[in-house]
Design a protein around this ligand. Structure first.
Ligand code: DC
Length: 229
């Protein structure tokens, strides 16, 4: 089915900008499906680190990685404003959210054949009445014909502060300057890779969320939804 038949809203942007939360809120308002594309890279990273502990992504046989990404047995359940992710029979929702898995996912996402292997799987999320998709290349590569493309941005310092607060609230001890540095490294890799680098689509609306809370960002996105969808 063509991507114009069922509407897609793309939410792209760097790590820690709040795409996932906004994606769930917007999909909740509209009663649409969601695609958390980063989770697919994170799940591939999780499988990879279980099969090849201590091995760097670029040291492993690419064909093995591609086969792994192609054969993931994953299922998603959208329960109220939460996404529950199952790998085989295992609930991996929390497991894939670690900084370590984000970093590994970013390393794996550099490999063009892995991205290619995950492309059809991402497009298969497109179901009526509509899809809100979040990631890095939703508007540029995965759903270029989407009806609305939003690019969310915020400074690394602001994103790190938000992440710091989230982790502290969970009782996890972290260092703010280490978080800023990790985000910078990840931004740099995601923005400068050859395959589908993170960048706003030429027709994307850019929203700087640095001084906005979640409700304000959701309102701003919904304003554009009302105009375009
Ligand atoms: O959105 P996230 O933090 O869960 O994504 C983890 C990594 O996966 C991110 O650093 C880069 C990669 N990724 C990607 O390359 N393309 C996407 N559409 C989504 C994520």
């Amino acid at each position: 089915m063509s991507t114009t038949a069922i509407p897609v809203i793309c939410l792209d942007g760097p790590s820690g900008v709040g795409k996932g939360t906004i994606c769930l809120a917007v999909a909740g308002h509209l009663g649409w499906h969601i695609l958390d594309s980063g989770s697919l890279y994170r799940i591939t990273a999780l499988q990879f680190s279980r099969l090849f502990p201590d091995m760097a992504a670029n040291a492993v046989d690419e064909a093995q990685l591609v086969e792994m990404a192609s054969n993931l047995s994953v299922s998603y359940r959208q329960i109220n404003n939460e996404l529950v992710i199952m790998l085989n029979e295992e609930d991996i929702t929390q497991l894939i959210r670690s900084e370590k898995m984000g970093e590994k996912a970013s390393q794996i996402a550099v490999i063009p054949s892995v991205r290619e292997a995950l492309l059809a799987r991402q497009r298969a999320f497109l179901q009526a009445p509509g899809l809100v998709a979040d990631g890095r290349d939703m508007g540029t590569v995965v759903f270029p014909e989407s009806v609305l493309k939003i690019y969310l941005t915020a400074s690394p310092e602001e994103r790190a502060k938000r992440r710091y607060k989230q982790l502290k609230d969970k009782g996890i001890d972290v260092n703010l300057s280490a978080l800023v540095e990790e985000l910078r490294v990840r931004d740099d890799r995601d923005m400068n890779r050859k395959a589908a680098p993170l960048k706003p689509a030429s027709d994307a609306i850019i929203i700087d969320t640095s001084t906005l809370n979640i409700e304000q960002v959701t309102d701003e996105v919904m304003h554009w939804v009302d105009q375009r969808v």
